[in-house]
Design a protein around this ligand. Sequence first.
Ligand SMILES: [Zn+2]
Length: 216
Amino acid sequence: MNNLILLLVIIFNLFQIKDKPQSYIERTRLRFEPAYSDNNPAEVVKSWKVPFKTTDRNKLKTIKVISTFGAKRDTYLKGHIHTAIDIIPSKPENYNYVYPIADGVICSIHLGHPHKTIVIKHKLPDSTYVFSSYKHLQEIYVETGDNVKQETKLARLYTHAEAKKQGGNYDHLHLEIRKSFNDYGCASWLTMTKEELNKYFFDPLDFLKKNLGEIK
Ligand SMILES: [Zn+2]
């Protein structure tokens, strides 16, 4: 009898292993590895700022949130989860430029228009790393491997007219703050579960709320 139960447990476990599908992220990540460059930032993060040259980069109210973190999306992969906040400056100009939220090194530039993306690797005082990712960039002024400061102009956003030509509302910054870049970027559009969301991403609004200004 005991042997029969043992056999059933083994068969059950075999099916569990066989039936566990690889996630979209696991299946896709290696395709984006070639765009990644594992450099170490020259500077440790001293402060966090909003990614636009606003009147006060330490103030959250100088940016406007268009779409929130964790919202369900039906574009591309139906039901994927929005891994970022979509933002613009509260007082947008004709051309809106993007700046790093903290000092760091450019570790990846990937995808084509209208999803062009820059990723920065940041080193924290406790020697752990955080990544920030900037998507929907019309013009890019930096290269992979560049060390960048908060004052380095990274890119320009689409104007409304340019976004329209691309067939979408891409005239905003999709800003991610990431715990990991182990997916090489594809979790940005392939995150299907809360577990994956929490594995790779911080809630950027929450992160900025807590951390804007000098690190104490
Ligand atoms: Zn977005």
